[in-house]
Design a protein around this ligand. Structure first.
Ligand code: GLY
Length: 601
């Protein structure tokens, strides 16, 4: 099997690009766009994920005759070992799977609030939100769903034996693997949080039992406790996690440390098969994540309003202009306003998808965007646009690379696809490793509304619909997506898997990638490398990646009244696959040391 690291394959091949010609003052553009960045390709499928090890584990499963579901299970377990910032056993996720290339199924294995959770559990007696309580430590943890989800995916679609799929992760945890700069940096960036818990310090910050700090680049990183837990899962399936000694350890440590999860919580956790949301766009069908994610519905709204405004027609193959970004931002504001108000776990709160995803709603938003013309729409219910000090070039910087949450894509070369996004919420979740198990625990409870109007760690203002209730799933932005097209014979085939990490920015990153893939028709490698921006209604500000957009673009946005902030870190980190001209092409985001791995036939 071959693995291609993103860093190796982001070289520009401008020489191969048909040159745009300037003739008699006219700009002639190529009718077909060849890739401006090389995407590793294969006729036999591939796996694209945030680490070379995990991609290789998945590709080897394909090589050994496994299907996309098998490869996804093995890749996810390998990510729990090799990308501990977000790959996980102690978190949750969403996936879209199509094993026959026709029907698309959704598996929601999102965490749920513990049975003892209450709506105001993160507020003090004065009704104020206690800083850090929903983000760091034992009380921040939701009941994990990942292991159950992977077991259920395997039960329904898997071909190879379960133990065969978990075994590579056991080996990576037990025997270790070489630390690269991505892993080292990610641990260093969360060192303060991890250092608060002795079980976490022991694994991530006590290299060789002598040296303090993250394991150095080039060292071998072993996680023997995690290997033991994975071994239980390999032997006993999801019971190896939700029953037995791991469950007992969870109940005891939670009780000792002020957490809420009990064995009863673990025993009754269920993943849920759901139907995807679907909509047509630019000659394709977009299949995406329904509630309890806000991602899929928001993605469809963004795309359909863009269509109303003619942005589904490629005017050029250039990057988006300042004027176009202005329009895209105006759409984002509307869609995120609705996200805040209406989305939640549908089992607990009805989500008015029919009206939000209706043509009239798309037309209304388009009308409002048109009416505002060249001027920025002020976010509703906000007193005034945020301080102009951020609206200058060289503005204050904030944010980090998107190491929270991770997305990977699998195509098995036989029509099977999986698009899977998984998370501990923020990087390394709550910072707590469950003692004796090596399992990092999530801080997904922060995705609930701790108090209406109070921003969560992503600055999202959330509503009553997303209030905490026992067994409820916190609202998510994760947007795993599959894209299909109709064939001349009337059948359809999946042609792309996309998704990204990045909290609420996920929605806009998947939106922009879908536009770049289907409208600009860029190669997957060019799509994932493209510069990104984000607006989430509140704060009323356009976030842009550093060094990503020209001065002209930023000036254009400022001129139109937008508040612009250049982030200190990147936005998203996508790992995508597209089927183009009969070949699977992979895009591993250069923002992380991810890789495309291809099975050898
Ligand atoms: N934890 C981030 C999300 O689910 O949106």
């Amino acid at each position: 099997m071959k693995a291609f690291a993103s860093s190796v394959f982001v070289c520009l091949v401008l020489g191969a690009l048909p040159l745009m010609a300037l003739a008699s003052g006219q700009l002639t553009q190529p009718s077909e766009v060849r890739p401006t960045r090389h995407s590793p390709s294969s006729p036999d499928g591939m796996v694209v994920s945030a680490t070379r090890h995990a991609s290789e584990v998945g590709a080897k499963v394909l090589q050994d005759g496994g299907n996309a579901a098998d490869a996804a299970v093995a890749t996810a377990f390998a990510l729990a070992v090799t990308w501990p910032a977000a790959g996980n056993l102690g978190g949750g996720g969403f996936l879209l799977a199509s094993l026959d290339g026709k029907s698309v199924e959704v598996l929601d294995h999102r965490e749920v609030a513990p049975l003892a959770a209450t709506a105001n559990m993160y507020q003090n007696s004065a009704g104020e939100v206690v800083p850090g309580l929903s983000t760091v430590g034992w009380k921040a943890v939701g009941v994990p769903g990942s292991v159950k989800g992977l077991a259920d995916l395997h039960k329904r679609f898997g071909k190879l034996p379960w133990a065969r799929l978990v075994e590579p992760a056991v080996r990576l945890a037990r025997d270790g693997f070489i630390v690269d700069s991505g892993l080292h940096r990610s641990i260093a960036a969360s060192a303060e949080k991890l250092s608060q818990f002795s079980s976490s310090r022991k694994i991530f910050l006590s290299f060789g039992n002598q040296r303090k700090g993250p394991p150095p680049v080039g060292s071998v990183f072993r996680q023997p406790d995690l290997a033991k837990t994975l071994q239980s899962i390999a032997q006993e399936g999801d019971k190896g996690f939700y029953r037995g000694w791991v469950a007992a350890a969870m109940e005891k440590s939670m009780a000792d440390s002020g957490g809420l999860i009990t064995r009863a919580d673990l025993k009754q956790y269920r993943s849920v098969w759901r139907k995807p949301l679907a909509a047509t766009f630019a000659g394709h069908t977009i299949h995406t994540m329904p509630p309890p994610s806000s991602g899929g519905g928001s993605l469809i709204a963004l795309l359909k309003v863009a269509e109303e405004l003619g942005l589904d027609q490629a005017k050029s193959h250039f990057r988006w202009s300042g004027a176009e970004i202005h329009t895209l931002v105006q759409i984002m504001k509307h869609v995120f306003r609705d996200r805040s108000e209406f989305y939640a776990d549908p089992q607990f709160h009805p989500v008015p998808l029919d009206s939000m995803l209706s043509s009239s709603s798309f037309q209304d938003i388009a009308k409002s965007v048109r009416k505002a013309g060249s001027q920025s729409l002020a976010a509703k219910n906000v007193e005034t646009v945020t301080s102009k000090k951020h609206a200058k070039r060289g503005a204050s910087q904030s944010g980090r690379a998107s190491e929270q949450t991770t997305h990977f894509s699998v195509a098995d070369g036989r029509g099977g696809w999986v698009s899977l996004t998984t998370t501990l919420n923020s990087s390394f979740g709550s910072g707590v490793v469950l003692p004796g198990t090596g399992v990092l625990l999530n801080n997904e409870m922060d995705d609930f509304t701790s108090k209406p109007g109070h921003p969560n760690l992503y600055g999202l203002i959330q509503g009553e619909a997303n209030a905490i209730q026992p067994k409820k799933r916190p609202l998510s932005s994760m947007t795993p997506t599959l894209i299909s097209r109709k064939l001349p014979n009337g059948k359809s085939e999946i042609v792309a898997a996309v998704g990204s990490p990045g909290g609420p920015t996920i929605i806009n990153q998947v939106f922009l990638m879908t536009l770049d893939l289907l409208v600009k028709k860029w190669s997957p490698a060019a799509v994932v490398a493209a510069p990104r921006f984000h607006h989430q209604w509140l704060p009323d500000r356009v976030f842009m990646e550093p060094a990503a957009f020209s001065q002209d673009v930023v000036e254009e946005l400022l001129k139109r009244g937008h508040d612009v902030q250049i982030r200190g870190g990147t936005l998203g980190a996508a790992h995508i696959i597209a089927l183009r001209n009969g070949l699977y092409e992979g895009g591993a985001d250069p923002r992380l040391p991810g890789a495309v791995a291809i099975p050898q036939k």
